[in-house]
Write a protein that binds this ligand. Structure first.
Ligand SMILES: *[C@@H]1O[C@H](CO)[C@@H](O)[C@H](O)[C@H]1NC(C)=O
Ligand SMILES: *[C@@H]1O[C@H](CO)[C@@H](O)[C@H](O)[C@H]1NC(C)=O
Ligand SMILES: *[C@@H]1O[C@H](CO)[C@@H](O)[C@H](O)[C@H]1NC(C)=O
Ligand SMILES: *[C@@H]1O[C@H](CO)[C@@H](O)[C@H](O)[C@H]1NC(C)=O
Ligand SMILES: *[C@@H]1O[C@H](CO)[C@@H](O)[C@H](O)[C@H]1NC(C)=O
Ligand SMILES: *[C@@H]1O[C@H](CO)[C@@H](O)[C@H](O)[C@H]1NC(C)=O
Length: 472
């Protein structure tokens, strides 16, 4: 008997949503909004062929709307440090950058922090909050980290003609700073509307995914080397998985020299570049038995937030189609059962695919992803595979990605005057948010009238195909 796919219906819905997208393959992505700012510098800087425009008042960019800010220079920049890290702009009072938005939708916002020694100011004393529109993205931030450079990335839905980035000193004696800013409109398919949410012991649809604000916490290329912005379709960085892999026992790396076959119905090159899909880690059966082992990756994650876990798959290891079946777990929950990659990418090898899951931060302070053989896995074949993982934090009900403080309270913490209309506006949004949270809690407090089945449920291939047809 031919093995058929066993996915629960919710997983399948997600797969279909991905299938609905049509991508142009070879044309490289050129964003409608593409603001790259070299902060605190009087001149523009070029990094990896990308021009970062100066934010000084005489510059053509005109995005810094606040006056009385301070330009800082690194007195002694280390050799090889990108030019954008040689200068910074410091803020001793609330200050704003305003970016024109031509295309509404998800935008990538990257903030670059690189603390250096400057004769004018001690960057080590910085402490500040950062708001993107109404969202708190950083609170009590100092720019400190083990590596000297910190790049924070956010994905934020913008439904207005401008995006406002506000730097807010934590106290009158403190100040904020930033070295470079990127505000880029994301491709439409980067964050879809729906993912699956693990809610207790069942899977439900999580709608309005693209309307959340995200902080990208981990972006990992499994089995491969680091992928730099130079080699990524959206100028992202993907780090190797070694630091997150629990044990190398039972798995091996694979590399692929051929062409990655981006498909309608799979991931686009913007979702994941060739350099992520052409390496993987696999579980391999070399004799008559299927190994009884999982590959597990563990990511530190705090409670009180939800996380989007995006898993990237591309079968670059099997010798032929229909040989690869495996199970996928997130936080120990069976997300995809007997997952058949060749089926979801319309029977093509080396075709990329991704799946999105929303999960709650675990009490243990970790988030785990496991891949293991399934009951359909075969001997003398590949029995598990993963090419990439992304973990993104969702904003909490206060509209914050960093703590339990609402944007309105931060704005109110500074005497009014120079902040103008932003304060009352964000305060109102803040209030509305709190009300909607209370209402939501009330609503979900009542018992669920719809009975739910314990998932995963088996489905035949036939009904899957029918479902797929109906969704087209
Ligand atoms: C910053 O830290 C102080 C003291 O630790 C705390 O009282 C305040 O609420 C924090 N502010 C924000 C916006 O998180
Ligand atoms: C880009 O990728 C190619 C091939 O994968 C690699 O040889 C090269 O070093 C990469 N360049 C950068 C700047 O990462
Ligand atoms: C198959 O290979 C694995 C290691 O690769 C070994 O542990 C196992 O005992 C082997 N099974 C048989 C039946 O030879
Ligand atoms: C693989 O991980 C899942 C989920 O944590 C677990 O149920 C299963 O027992 C594990 N299998 C092995 C062989 O460790
Ligand atoms: C695999 O098959 C066994 C025996 O039929 C069953 O008990 C088990 O639940 C199955 N495991 C999965 C993950 O489907
Ligand atoms: C994120 O913020 C939005 C409001 O901007 C809110 O509707 C949504 O519920 C928040 N997300 C979570 C997971 O609380």
């Amino acid at each position: 008997m031919k093995a058929f796919v066993k996915l629960n219906p919710y997983s399948f819905l997600l797969l279909c949503v991905c299938t609905l997208r049509v991508f142009s393959l070879s044309v490289s992505f050129s964003p409608v909004d593409n603001h790259l700012i070299n902060c605190g510098s009087a001149v523009d800087a070029t990094v990896d062929n990308r021009a970062f425009v100066s934010d000084s008042s005489s510059s053509k960019s005109q995005v810094l709307t606040s006056t009385r800010t301070i330009s800082l220079n690194d007195d002694n920049p280390a050799l090889g440090t990108p030019q954008i890290y040689h200068t910074a702009r410091a803020f001793t009072r609330p200050s704003k950058y305003v970016f024109k938005v031509q295309e509404r939708g998800t935008h990538m916002v990257r903030l670059h922090f690189h603390r250096f020694k400057s004769s004018r100011m001690e960057l080590y004393d910085a402490r500040f909050h950062v708001l993107v529109d109404g969202y708190v993205v950083l609170s009590n931030f100092s720019g400190e980290s083990e590596s000297r450079t910190v790049i924070k990335e956010y994905l934020i839905w913008i439904d207005a003609e401008k995006l406002v980035l506000t730097f807010f000193p934590a106290k009158r004696s403190k100040f904020g700073f930033v070295n470079a800013i990127e505000v880029i409109s994301a491709p439409k398919d980067l964050i879809l509307e729906t993912a699956q949410l693990v809610d207790g012991d069942r899977l439900v649809n999580f709608n309005g995914l693209n309307r959340q604000a995200f902080e990208v916490l981990y972006r990992v290329s499994v089995g491969g080397p680091k992928v730099t912005p130079f080699n990524d379709s959206l100028w992202r960085t993907w780090v190797p998985d070694d630091a997150y892999l629990k044990s190398t026992y039972g798995s091996e790396r694979v590399f692929f020299g051929g062409r990655i076959k981006y498909q309608t119905g799979g991931a686009s090159r913007e979702v994941g570049p060739d350099n992520v899909y052409n390496s993987a880690r696999v579980i391999k059966s070399t004799n008559a038995t299927v190994p009884n082992v999982n590959m597990t990756w563990v990511f530190p994650a705090t409670r009180d937030y939800k996380y989007l876990v995006r898993l990237h798959f591309c079968d670059i290891a099997s010798i032929s189609l229909e040989l690869l079946y495996f199970n996928v777990y997130v936080n120990g929950f069976l997300m995809l059962k007997n997952f058949d990659l060749s089926y979801v990418v319309n029977e093509v090898l080396a075709a990329p695919f991704y799946a999105d899951f929303v999960v709650d931060g675990d009490n243990l302070g970790i988030l785990s992803v496991s891949i293991g053989p399934s009951n359909y896995s075969m001997a003398h074949a590949i029995d598990g595979l993963l090419n990439g993982v992304e973990v993104m934090k969702l904003n909490n009900s206060m509209g914050s990605l960093d703590g339990e403080v609402c944007g309105g309270f931060i704005l109110k913490s500074w005497p009014r005057g120079n902040m103008g209309v932003l304060v009352p506006l964000v305060a109102v949004i803040c209030l509305l948010l709190s009300i909607s949270v209370v209402m939501h809690r009330r609503r979900t407090g009542v018992s669920h009238p719809v009975a739910w089945t314990r998932l995963p449920t088996d489905m035949t291939e036939l009904s899957l195909k029918q479902a797929k047809q109906q969704l087209r």
